[in-house]
Design a protein around this ligand. Structure first.
Ligand SMILES: N[C@@H](CCC(=O)N[C@@H](CS)C(=O)NCC(=O)O)C(=O)O
Length: 215
């Protein structure tokens, strides 16, 4: 099989890169990462040479190119059906896909007010309208899924749905957005995962600053 090459941007800031990276890493899928730092601003003209959208992440697999974080995860889940990227139970799998799509297409207020930033010291900000309902909805999703599965992750073992919400764990922490014990317990489980810790260590070692993502 040709090598899987995942093109990503800064580990400190690139929330969309984080999602497939942590999904593949946690599932033990072999891939090579190529990090192309942002610049100028929160973009890079080189992304256009790799991806039809001019955005990362993008996966190259021989002649196949897959863009969009969730499409990358789906493509790799088809290549490695036994890797546990999605829950085995079909009802849970449909729920995992539903909440992953909800993440991909929603929560815009939270995403734009509170950019992922792993190096950011914990500091609250004035929250624009729309952020609190986003936070409440995400907390309800996490609570409901973990109550159903028994945790510690959304569907018991770490899966693609946890990967899709991984950047939110940083946002909740960095902007001091949550107090609920169940939410904090899920965040602690995510932060203790070896794949999270590997990404975070690399993010903390980066020195690039992207002013657009420093809220
Ligand atoms: N919906 C896309 C979003 C990708 C995206 O916005 N990526 C950002 C980096 S986190 C990017 O490449 N931005 C550069 C630009 O917009 O020019 C996905 O899920 O992959």
């Amino acid at each position: 099989m040709s090598e899987l090459v995942l093109y990503i941007a800064n580990k400190n800031y690139s929330s969309w890169s984080f999602r497939p990276w942590i999904a593949l890493t946690a599932a033990g899928i072999p891939f090579r990462e190529v990090l192309i730092p942002f610049g100028p601003g929160a973009t890079n003209p080189q992304f256009r040479e790799l991806s039809p959208t001019g955005k990362v992440p993008i996966l190259h697999h021989g002649a196949v190119k897959v863009w969009e974080s969730l499409a990358i995860i789906e493509y790799v889940a088809e290549l490695f059906p036994d890797a546990g990227l999605w829950p085995e139970n079909s009802t849970w799998r449909s729920m995992a896909r539903s909440i992953s799509m909800e993440m991909l297409s929603g929560f815009r207020a939270l995403r734009s007010a509170c950019p992922m930033n792993l190096r950011r010291p914990v500091r609250p900000i004035d929250l624009p309208d729309g952020v609190k309902p986003d936070v409440q909805r995400i907390e309800a999703i996490w609570r409901d899924m973990r109550q159903m599965s028994g945790g510690p992750f959304l569907f018991g073992a770490f899966c693609a749905a946890d990967a899709m919400f991984a950047p939110v764990v940083n946002r909740f922490a960095a902007y001091d957005l949550v107090r609920d014990a169940d939410t904090l317990e899920y965040m602690a489980a995510m932060k203790a995962h070896p794949a999270w810790q590997a990404w975070e260590a690399a993010a903390l070692a980066e020195t690039w600053i992207v002013p657009e993502d420093e809220a």
